[in-house]
Design a protein around this ligand. Structure first.
Ligand SMILES: NC(=O)c1ccc[n+]([C@@H]2O[C@H](COP(=O)([O-])OP(=O)(O)OC[C@H]3O[C@@H](n4cnc5c(N)ncnc54)[C@H](OP(=O)(O)O)[C@@H]3O)[C@@H](O)[C@H]2O)c1
Length: 359
């Protein structure tokens, strides 16, 4: 019988983790066994864990009581199949646990994708339950698998943040302020905004990341978190918050007050300093960014293929500039996975690194 390995973390203390070995069950009708080849690991995955309970991220891949399997984006190969339309040897891209294997209940099988119809995933969003069959994915390039896993899901968010802002005439703002400006998601937004001459793009980041953020060339100005007080308040501004740091959110709202035209909640990289978004703040009430709503709006407005074509054009442009600031780092085996996991939880990973892991 084949063995599988899971990297599980304590829901109560994300620094506590362990590896668990288990025997793979025999496949039932319609089930497919996926062997996880490699996956990306960024702060986004720590955010999935930090908000695992509230946002249901723990529900994708059930784990023993008190533990969770952190979801990751990556590639897997079909190594067993009891579904007539899915053959052993196929490669897929999608959402996996930090594990060596995943059994899915294949459903809605199309040439380019299928969905895991496991009952515990039924209530969760399609974007996470769908597996792309790379052989039929026109955007797939084998040589760019790492960039795809590391950046494509994040850039999809960046793309729709940029689109939402443009769609709303930037809520009247002339300056867009991004926190955790060094994050891949913020860099995607900044890249897209840098093509728009109507607005200035201001990056907020830690002192240690200022040089890196400036070096990307996507921002008009880069300021440290303790420099918020020096920002120009005469310019109508909007805030896109990737950090979720209570003090930073408070400082931005108090400093700008009514000059802040919109406050958009996206991430929580500073997960241990989180808060402040629902308190009584001057300026606009922070609004959660909900990508599926903007995707649904544009799918309707842009018609068949409209979203895909526009996204592909933006993605190609962004990908061309990524080698200027990101280098891919590969790690294999439990020790490498543990080291990157803990460094990411502690915020000790350089933003210039894109980590691809494999158990
Ligand atoms: N709502 C959505 O639909 C959606 C979609 C995609 C991503 N997101 C969110 O966007 C955020 C960025 O994700 P990413 O994967 O792009 O990040 P990333 O590239 O891994 O970001 C790294 C940066 O985040 C900050 N950081 C990371 N860990 C930290 C820690 N423990 N303590 C303090 N700062 C830390 C640092 O930036 P600074 O020094 O610049 O602060 C660091 O350089 C995540 O919270 C993610 O969940 C949301």
């Amino acid at each position: 019988m084949q063995q599988a390995m899971d990297f599980i973390v304590s829901r109560a203390d994300l620094r506590q983790h362990k590896l668990v070995e288990r025997a793979l069950p025999a496949l039932g009708d319609g089930e497919v066994l996926l062997k996880v080849d490699k996956f990306a690991f960024t702060s986004n995955n720590v955010t999935y864990a930090a908000f695992g309970e509230a946002m249901h991220y723990w529900d994708f891949f059930p784990a023993p009581e008190g533990f969770g399997k952190v979801p990751v984006w990556g590639f897997a190969d079909v190594v067993g199949s009891r579904h007539a339309q899915i053959a052993v040897g196929e490669r897929v891209f999608g959402y996996f646990p930090m594990a060596t294997h995943l059994v899915v209940q294949a459903s809605q099988v199309k040439p380019g994708s299928f969905v895991d119809a496991a009952p515990h995933r039924a209530e969760l969003a399609l974007v996470y339950n769908q597996y792309l069959r790379v052989a039929q994915d026109p955007a797939y390039v084998r040589a760019f698998e790492d960039q795809q896993a590391l950046l494509r899901p994040l850039f999809m968010t960046s793309f729709f943040i940029d689109d939402l802002l443009a769609d709303n005439d930037f809520f009247g703002a002339k300056s867009v302020i991004l926190s955790s400006a060094s994050s891949k998601t913020a860099l995607g937004v900044a890249y897209l905004l840098s093509r728009n001459l109507e607005v200035d793009v201001v990056g907020l980041t830690s002192a240690s990341n200022v040089g890196f953020v400036e070096g990307t060339g996507y921002y008009d100005r880069v300021v440290t978190y303790d420099g918020i007080g020096a920002l120009e308040t005469g310019v109508p501004s909007l805030f896109v918050d990737m950090a979720g740091n209570a003090k930073v959110v408070g400082d931005v709202h108090r400093h700008f007050g009514d000059a802040l035209k919109h406050s958009c909640v996206v991430g929580g990289t500073h997960w241990e300093a989180r808060g402040g978004r629902d308190g009584a703040l001057p300026g606009p009430k922070p609004q959660f960014f909900f990508a599926p709503a903007q995707i649904a709006k544009r799918t309707k407005e842009w018609g068949p293929g409209g979203v895909e074509t526009r996204f592909a054009e933006a993605w190609r442009g962004f990908l061309g500039s990524v080698p200027n600031w990101m280098r891919v780092v590969h790690g294999a085996g439990p020790k490498a996975v543990e080291a990157v996991y803990l460094a990411m939880v502690d915020g000790k990973v350089s933003p210039s690194e894109g980590h691809m892991l494999s158990l």
